[in-house]
Design a protein around this ligand. Structure first.
Ligand SMILES: [Zn+2]
Length: 372
């Protein structure tokens, strides 16, 4: 039974919402640091079963879901990986030193609990550091560095840690559960980019397009847009949209002049990111999205971003160039354990992409007969 009190297939709005929340919670609670995305891949495969024509894994670990249409190929990319850590050294006292995987801000990490994905199954640990009580005045003024932190799994020595299946290369992720806040807002870890993954799963379930749609769930975005690079080369799409999250400038500590989009006002389409060094979106992609939104009354925000980039930065440079843009869900506190999104933005993003894909962008043709 769904929340609306009807059967699970009734298709009403409350039913769609509870399905989306279940999917997002499942993806956010799952673990998949860059290079170890298997758990996310398995969930996506299961969620898409029966909804796509084909679903396969490439040699790098990208999961590619295909909905067949005509010769016009659209790539929709969503990275599965989350930022985390990797054990690099086991100290003789049993403490673990680790390397950050992806962009962490170290002070965010004090007091966090982590999951170590060792060879003998998952294991809990805590991120330890020097107690403030024994810091001198100078130390207290300084920001903690990642190198000063360590993981404590409770082991009394290195042999005990190793016997638990922990050693160099063990992947580590945050231990944090999805929860609902007020109204339409929810919080959890790794909404970057499980919000994008949830969006793409829903789009693939719903989309009816004349084009061939490749839903590509990419690996290793957070460490260099790597899965997107090889999959866009292999698929040779006519155009692409990456789905990710972006920073809204609507809470204390950040201003709209620095991050000019807001949570709750719709999905965000990138005109440019990283001040143009990541991607400058193809104008045909922007008009396609803009016209879809206007014609169908779907809220959307457009962004010139100065911070991070996405898989689209890699995809649009594949082969002869792939007209691309990014569709993001505004997410507060990204790259922290308590990211927050508004479900209305996620739902509008799904609607926008599903509706847009009924038509296609007016992109320049390839050279007839191939390259000269
Ligand atoms: Zn991301």
């Amino acid at each position: 039974m769904a929340d609306c009190g009807c059967t699970s297939d009734c298709g009403c709005a409350a039913n769609d919402r509870s399905r989306l929340v279940r999917l997002l919670a499942r993806l956010s609670n799952a673990h998949g640091v860059s290079g170890h995305e298997g758990e996310i891949r398995a969930i996506v495969r299961e969620e898409l079963a029966g909804h796509v024509d084909e679903c396969y894994e490439d040699r790098m670990g990208n999961l590619i879901a295909v909905k067949r249409g005509d010769d016009f190929r659209v790539m929709l990319a969503s990275h599965m990986d989350e930022i985390g850590f990797m054990v690099k050294y086991v100290e003789k006292e049993g403490f673990l030193r680790f390397a950050p995987i992806g962009g962490w801000y170290a002070p965010m990490l004090t007091g966090q609990r982590v999951v170590l994905h060792g060879t003998k199954g998952p294991l809990l640990g805590v991120l330890g550091s020097k107690p403030p009580h024994v810091m001198d005045d100078e130390e207290r003024k300084k920001l903690l560095k990642i190198e000063e932190m360590f993981i404590d799994v409770g082991a009394e020595n290195a042999d005990e840690a190793r016997a638990l299946g922990i050693g160099p290369g063990t992947p580590v992720t945050l231990d944090r559960q999805f929860c609902s806040l007020c109204g339409d807002r929810v919080s959890g870890k790794a909404f970057d980019n499980r919000a994008g993954v949830a969006l793409l799963v829903e789009v693939l379930r719903q989309v009816e397009s004349p084009s061939t749609i490749y839903g590509v769930f990419t690996v290793q975005e957070e460490v260099g847009l790597k899965g997107a690079k090889v999959s866009s080369y292999a698929l040779d799409p006519d155009c692409a949209v990456a789905t990710d999250v972006t920073i809204p400038g609507d809470h204390p500590g950040v201003q709209l002049k620095d991050a000019p989009v807001e949570m709750g006002k719709g999905p965000v389409v990138s005109i440019a990111d990283a001040n143009g060094r990541g991607i400058i979106a193809h104008p045909a992609m922007l008009s396609w999205i803009r016209e879809t939104a206007e014609t169908n009354g779907i809220p959307v925000q457009f962004e010139v971003g100065s911070g991070g980039t996405t898989d689209a930065s890699s995809i649009h440079l594949s082969r002869e160039g792939v007209p691309s843009t990014v569709l993001s869900t505004p997410a507060r506190y990204i790259h922290s354990p308590v990211e927050v999104i508004d479900l209305k933005d996620l739902e509008a993003g799904i609607r926008l992409l599903v509706t847009a894909l009924k038509t296609r962008p007016d992109i320049p043709p390839r050279r007839p007969g191939g390259l000269a």
